[in-house]
Ligand binder design. Structure first.
Ligand SMILES: NC(=O)c1ccc[n+]([C@@H]2O[C@H](COP(=O)([O-])OP(=O)(O)OC[C@H]3O[C@@H](n4cnc5c(N)ncnc54)[C@H](O)[C@@H]3O)[C@@H](O)[C@H]2O)c1
Length: 433
């Protein structure tokens, strides 16, 4: 490999492009820019690019102050013009990897980005895929597209995969201090990618191939999804056995080894946990291997929103009310506490089922102010004493910190608490999962 490339990286004259400026791409672009690299941020979403041009961040974990600073220093240029790739030395791809209608991997965003990179690919360029995807994507899908014009990987350009582990709203761990796994398609690719990431990330963990790096991310998220599936099943079982599952978990957590605490809840959400394991099982199936754990966890976790609706229905029943025409207020529609992201949120399924049963549904969320469900736009209701008093049932789906849970408890007729917010409180009006 030309020492020139490593030199450029070390001197931070290496120009980086980040494709996809969402929850993953924007913090990463900002981190590179803050460390002195000139960063071009490319996104097809004009609203995002315009917002960044106005120096306004739309990602909770990225401050507008940081955007103002890096733009002022000439270190960050947001654009939707792919031809800017002619001018960069490295490209990091952070586009979405959702599921298609048939719940199979939709890698069209990666293919699209790869084709555009290929158009401007030049010698000594470093390309890293960060979008979570099945093992083999970088080598089997991205590499052939990039080599189409005759340049050779490991010699003319360098390609690899590095999983993104960012945890939105986590105050302790952020882009720079989360160890970063990297795997190149060839050894020289790993050397180049390691040199680049080492400039901005505290700990870089090289593995032997892009395929291994791809699978690392899927193992991590499958581990979480399966364990959440297990604890959700234990929660349902505990209900039958008339045992308080939360008390069981609390006591089990006192074991200093061999037990890791997971919490039951209304179902999985976000762009990772409900989706990533299905990327792995899909790929394994192509090789004739059925992942039974993933399948089972998916079934259990996906059924939790319906279980929550059953709980609401049973709770209302006790007060001689039916779901039909009952006023139900959902607390928290984001997929997890203290974020605004509603992608794949279990609240969506819960609201759909409540509406199917003709309940009158509203929601309150201090972060996610509106949500589109079945073509209808719902807006967050202010949480006041009279709002609470006017509802037949309050359902805590996402336990944001800002919510005044004492106010809720004081005025609510009935609370279905799917997050154990009222741990230890014995009150007839509180129904747990
Ligand atoms: N959100 C997380 O917490 C998280 C954590 C780890 C990994 N990931 C993975 O990172 C990837 C990105 O996720 P995200 O949450 O940042 O998604 P996101 O939707 O927030 O951001 C993706 C961005 O890519 C843009 N985009 C789509 N196609 C494009 C194209 N061809 N060219 C340029 N821009 C394009 C979109 O407009 C969007 O702004 C996914 O594979 C996801 O699984 C996400």
């Amino acid at each position: 490999m030309e020492t020139n490339l490593i030199d450029k990286i070390r001197k931070r004259t290496f120009k980086v492009a980040v494709i996809g400026l969402g929850y993953v791409g924007l913090p990463l672009a900002v981190e590179f820019a803050k460390k002195g690299f000139a960063v071009t941020g490319i996104d097809i979403d004009k609203n995002k690019v315009n917002s960044l041009r106005k120096r306004i961040s739309y990602i909770q974990d990225v401050s507008s102050k940081d955007i103002v600073e890096i733009v002022k220093q000439g270190k960050f240029k947001p654009t939707n013009d792919y031809s800017q790739l002619r001018l960069v030395d490295g490209v990091i791809v952070c586009v979405p990897t959702p599921l298609g209608k048939t719940r199979e991997p939709d890698i069209s965003f990666i293919v699209d980005a790869a084709k555009k990179i290929a158009k401007y690919l030049h010698r000594q360029e470093v390309i890293v895929l960060e979008s979570t995807t099945y093992p083999g994507t970088t080598e089997e899908l991205v590499l052939p597209i990039l080599e189409e014009n005759g340049l050779k990987v490991g010699k003319d350009f360098f390609l690899g995969f590095s999983p993104e582990r960012v945890d939105p709203s986590n105050k302790m761990y952020h882009t720079a201090n989360i160890p970063k796994v990297i795997g190149g398609v060839t050894k020289s690719c790993t050397v180049a990618i390691k040199a680049l990431y080492s400039q901005v990330i505290d700990v870089v963990v090289p593995v032997s191939s892009a395929r291994v790096a791809e699978m690392v991310k899927l193992l991590e998220n499958t581990f979480r999804a399966v364990n959440i599936g297990l604890i959700n099943e234990i929660c349902l079982m505990a209900g039958h056995l008339n045992v308080d599952v939360w008390e069981v978990i609390r006591a089990a957590s006192t074991k200093p080894f061999g037990f890791m605490s997971f919490q039951p809840g209304p179902g999985l959400g976000g762009h990772c946990l409900p989706i990533d394991p299905l990327y792995l099982s899909w790929k394994a199936r192509l090789h004739g291997f059925e992942c039974r754990f993933i399948q089972l966890a998916d079934e259990i976790n996906s059924a939790m929103p319906v279980h929550v609706v059953e709980k609401i229905s049973q709770a209302l029943n006790k007060y001689s009310k039916s779901l039909k025409n009952s006023k139900v207020l959902i607390i928290g529609i984001a997929y997890k506490a203290n974020v605004a992201d509603v992608r794949e949120s279990p609240a969506i399924e819960i609201i759909k089922h409540l509406k199917l049963n003709e309940a009158i549904v509203s929601f309150h969320d201090p972060f996610a102010k509106n949500i589109k469900i079945n073509g209808f736009n719902l807006l967050s209701t202010p949480l006041t004493k009279s709002t609470i008093k006017g509802k037949d049932c309050i359902v805590i789906v996402t336990a944001h910190k800002q919510i005044d849970y004492d106010l809720l408890l004081k005025h609510a007729k009935l609370i279905v608490d799917t997050r154990n917010v009222y741990e230890g409180k014995t009150c007839e009006r509180i129904v747990r999962l």
